[in-house]
Every structure is written in C-alpha cells, then in structure tokens.
Write a protein that binds this ligand. Structure first.
Ligand code: ZN
Length: 130
C-alpha cells in the first residue's frame, strides 16, 4: 500500500490545504530527488494545486464550481450527488509535484488542496514518492 493520509472535511463542498501533510510523507519516504504523486481514490472528491495565501481564492473556486455545476439539474444519476461526481472530474484525482532536496517544489503561492464535493466525510489520500 502507498503512504496515505486521512482528511476530515467539514462541509459538502470544501478545499482543504494538505500541503504540510504531503510534505511530511515526502520526508517519511526518505527520497530527496524525484516525483511526489498525490492521488485521491474517491469519485466525489479530487485534488488540485492553487493559491494558498488568500483563502478567498478557494472560496471563489468552490462558489464558481457550484454555479457551473448546480446540485439540482437534470441528472440521471439518482444518488443525489451527480454534481459531486462532475466537480470531481473537472478538478481531477491526482497531482504530481517535483521533489528536490527532500522538499516539494511549489511556487511561492502554491498549496496542495484536497477538494471535497460530497462531505462532510473522512477521506483518504494516497502519496507515493518515486
Ligand atoms: Zn454518486
């Protein structure tokens, strides 16, 4: 099994900064140069990289996704979370970050965000450093 972390979300739609937890997994791997793959094994959640300095950015992303993919639409999936599946596909289920000197290579403003679209739940995120 790959290294993994748990993410506990508090809202139906939410972005959670997991950068520190991912960085800890990189340290635990003992690998100093390589690639860090962060993978979300869920169909109604995803992962992305975006600005972490201003929390309004994540609020804007969550709000805009909600406008683009409204909960009440003519969906055929009858589980009540069709919008969650669509949003998860738009965001994607993995990111890859370079590792240099044992550290994630991220831009000044970049953070890794777990994207919840059908919370609140406890979710799993896999991390593999190669
Ligand atoms: Zn569903």
């Amino acid at each position: 099994m790959p290294l993994s972390l748990n993410v506990r979300t508090k809202s139906r739609n939410e972005m959670v900064d997991i950068t520190r937890s991912v960085a800890e997994q990189v340290t635990a791997s003992g690998i100093s140069e390589g690639l860090c793959v962060v993978y979300v094994p869920h169909t109604t959640a995803g992962v992305t990289i975006n600005e972490g300095a201003d929390p309004a950015v994540c609020e804007d992303i969550v709000r805009k996704l909600g406008e683009l993919v409204p909960a009440g639409d003519r969906y055929r999936h009858l589980e009540g979370n069709a919008d969650s599946h669509v949003k998860a596909t738009l965001v994607g289920s993995s990111v890859t970050v370079l590792v240099e000197g044992g550290n994630l290579v991220l831009g000044t403003w970049q953070k890794i965000f777990f994207c919840e679209f059908d919370g609140p739940r406890t979710r799993r995120v896999y991390v593999r450093v190669v």
